[in-house]
Design a protein. Structure first.
Length: 203
């Protein structure tokens, strides 16, 4: 269960790029919202900005929790960043749950985003509980899963970009992406963090 330097670099660059692009939503300028979602966003600004602020915070600091150098040389800073990350997940997840019922695409996309928010909160909470109990390996497993869900912010925007470039129907694409942006991420993270038999142990 080790993230390579190349994998960490790609994850960090993509996360930072999406944070830089998405930060424009914090300008409170209605023009930045996608036309199909503008009216809903403007009528639910408080939960929207709660979600955006929390999610961007988690996405920005999250990759640094996987830096082995930082973790080994600056454990106190690692813990502080971890607290910031979990607060971002809590705030972002709460905002997401408030926004899910009015998500563009109806009940299917709304359920997808609500399930993402619940999974995000559960994995973060499990990671916190594990480290408080001194279960470091379990903590790392849960935090990989948590960040895989945080990374849905990246996969969602990449998928939307591809869908719009391919001139696919926006509503249909958005409804599917509400699930596709995070379910594969979580499945991959669960596979990556699966328990492997010890060397020499029977299969």
């Amino acid at each position: 269960m080790r993230i390579t330097r190349a994998g960490w670099a790609v994850m960090t660059v993509l996360s930072t790029l999406i944070v830089a692009v998405s930060a424009k939503y914090l300008s409170f300028d209605p023009a930045v919202f996608i036309e199909q979602q503008r009216a809903t966003y403007l009528s639910h600004e408080v939960p929207l900005y709660i979600h955006i602020f929390g999610a961007l915070t988690a996405l920005l600091v999250g990759p640094w929790q996987f830096s082995r150098r930082l973790r080994n040389r600056r454990p106190r800073l690692h813990r502080r960043i971890g607290v910031t990350y979990l607060i971002g997940c809590l705030v972002g997840g709460a905002g997401a749950l408030l926004m899910a019922p009015v998500a563009y695409g109806g009940a299917v996309s709304g359920t997808g985003f609500a399930c993402l928010a619940v999974a995000w909160l559960v994995t973060g909470g499990a990671g916190l509980r594990a480290i408080l109990d001194g279960r470091v390996v379990d903590h790392r497993r849960w935090m990989v899963r948590s960040f895989a869900l945080t990374f849905a912010a990246v996969t969602l925007r990449l998928m939307l970009t591809v869908a719009m470039a391919a001139h696919l129907d926006f509503r249909t694409s958005y409804t599917a992406i509400a699930w596709l942006c995070w379910v594969p991420n979580l499945l991959l993270a669960c596979w990556f963090t699966r328990r492997r038999p010890a060397a020499g142990a029977p299969a």
